[in-house]
Design a protein around this ligand. Structure first.
Ligand code: C5P
Length: 215
């Protein structure tokens, strides 16, 4: 029988790549597949969480069994759904790849190719993880991800402090769109544990086990 270390806990997870539209069909987004977030949600259910809520930006993935899914598109929508729900959750894992900026104007009509070149004005999106860190209560655990292309360790430690996290999973951009997963779990007291697994499913299992040992 599978042990149920998450029994009594409610887990909220964000996943996917947000889309920031600037006309009815065009948007800014990124290459995150959402696989890690969905694997974490599936694993949270398997490990016995009382409730798993996955707030997901668009992906090509199916809803994991046993998980409640809220679909959102933009960072602003994701921010609103997270804010509506965070008070009900014990463990909050932000894995979504959220656009830092959104187009300042969304045209109701499809933009025309009537110029030689053009520019797009952007304005900042809320940092969902940082806002959650500010609101975090004593009994809540907040875990972030950091996808970095350079100075992985230092940038991730800075992020963990700046955003008031309990843990951060630091990984290299090379994890995007592949099965093999390589990262480092860093705790707020500075412990670093390597994660090297053959799939994101196994990485999700290891991440839960590692941080459950420390809380
Ligand atoms: O984009 P960045 O590398 O700073 O993301 C680090 C963490 O912050 C990730 O866990 C991501 O889900 C979260 N994040 C967020 N809202 C943003 C930007 C990032 O929740 N606007």
């Amino acid at each position: 029988i599978m042990p149920k270390p998450l029994k009594g806990k409610k887990v909220l997870i964000t996943a996917g790549a947000t889309r920031e539209f600037f006309d009815p069909i065009r948007y800014i987004s990124n290459a995150s597949s959402g696989q890690m977030g969905y694997s974490l949600a599936r694993m949270a259910y398997i490990l016995g969480a009382d409730e798993v809520l996955l707030i997901s930006a668009p992906t090509n993935l199916k809803k994991p069994y046993g998980v409640n899914l809220i679909n959102v598109i933009s960072a602003l929508e994701m921010y609103n759904k997270v804010m509506e729900n965070i008070n009900n959750f014990d463990i909050i894992i932000m894995n979504a790849a959220v656009a830092d900026f959104r187009p300042a104007i969304k045209s109701n009509q499809k933009l025309k190719k009537d110029k030689e070149s053009t520019t797009l004005n952007l304005e900042p999106n809320p940092d969902i993880l940082k806002e959650t860190g500010k609101l975090k209560k004593e009994n809540q655990i907040l875990i972030g991800f950091a996808a970095e292309s350079e100075n992985i360790l230092q940038n991730s430690i800075d992020k963990l402090k700046r955003k008031n996290l309990d843990f951060i999973v630091a990984n290299d951009l090379s994890n995007f769109s592949r099965d093999f997963y390589e990262g480092i779990l860093i705790s707020k007291d500075g412990k670093k544990i390597e994660i090297k697994e053959n799939s994101k499913e196994e990485a999700a299992y290891r991440i839960f086990n590692l941080f459950l040992q420390q809380i």
